[in-house]
Design a protein around this ligand. Structure first.
Ligand code: ZN
Length: 242
């Protein structure tokens, strides 16, 4: 019986280690998707800056066309000034001219402002573009590193799992299925019995049962949490007091 308990203890240790490896593995997809999200964010903000730049450039081109058209209009109107016959016509044309010139002054002012903003946006686009290539490289390296670590963990897991299978094949099938049943429900299967207490659930173990744990003639389960009980060292003193 001692042998079986010891084997189950070793099995439990392996299961704990396998569990740690599983937990480790679970962290990676999250880490990788976080990096991918960050790259997406940079890409989006770059696309936004580019879009803003293009929109503004389009607007500026429209203003430039309008300005050129107006300048043409001014020239034609100025020619007309030579052909007018009355003061009324002269006054009307002058009014038209000054209105177009006022519009042009506004257009020019806006175009200058837009040119400045375009320069700033261009710098911003360049900056974001550089950041993207830098980050993309950096994150690609990080992700490659994670994938290597994932492979290492998977290998370690596989090795340990083989070890577990080997060990399990040496354990009595009934004890093994009891072990698996308790593990699925409670995680930890084997717990120490100390001073007539189950250290798994802290409930009292009846003296007669505790005595059986000490002498370990059969597999004893805690009446409360159903875990398998064992004693680290069965001393003479314990045997006598039990
Ligand atoms: Zn218990």
């Amino acid at each position: 019986m001692r042998d079986q308990i010891s084997a189950l203890e070793a099995l439990q240790q392996l299961d704990l280690e396998l569990g740690v490896l599983e937990d480790d593995l679970e962290k990676y997809p999250q880490k990788i998707s976080r990096l991918n999200e960050e790259i997406e964010d940079i890409k989006n903000s770059l696309a936004k800056a580019k879009e803003e730049f293009n929109q503004l450039r389009k607007k500026k081109t429209e203003r430039e066309l309008e300005l050129a058209g107006n300048k043409d209009k001014i020239k034609k109107t100025e020619v007309k000034l030579f052909e007018i016959k009355t003061y009324k016509e002269y006054e009307a044309l002058q009014k038209e001219l000054s209105e177009v010139k006022r519009i042009n002054a506004d257009l020019e002012e806006n175009i200058i402002k837009e040119m400045e903003t375009l320069e700033e946006l261009e710098a911003l686009v360049k900056e974001k573009d550089n950041a993207l290539s830098e980050r993309a490289k950096e994150y690609e390296n990080a992700i490659n590193g994670y994938n290597l670590e994932i492979n290492e963990i998977k290998k370690a897991y596989e090795t340990k799992n083989q070890e577990k299978k080997k060990l399990a094949s040496l354990i009595n099938p009934d004890a093994l299925s009891l072990y698996e049943r308790i593990r699925r429900r409670n995680g930890v299967v084997l717990v120490q019995a100390r001073n007539e207490l189950c250290t798994g659930c802290n409930m009292n173990i009846p003296p007669q049962l505790f005595n059986e744990v000490l002498t370990s003639t059969r597999m004893i389960q805690c009446p409360n949490c159903h875990r398998i009980l064992y004693c680290e060292e069965t001393t003479e003193a314990e045997l006598q007091t039990a």
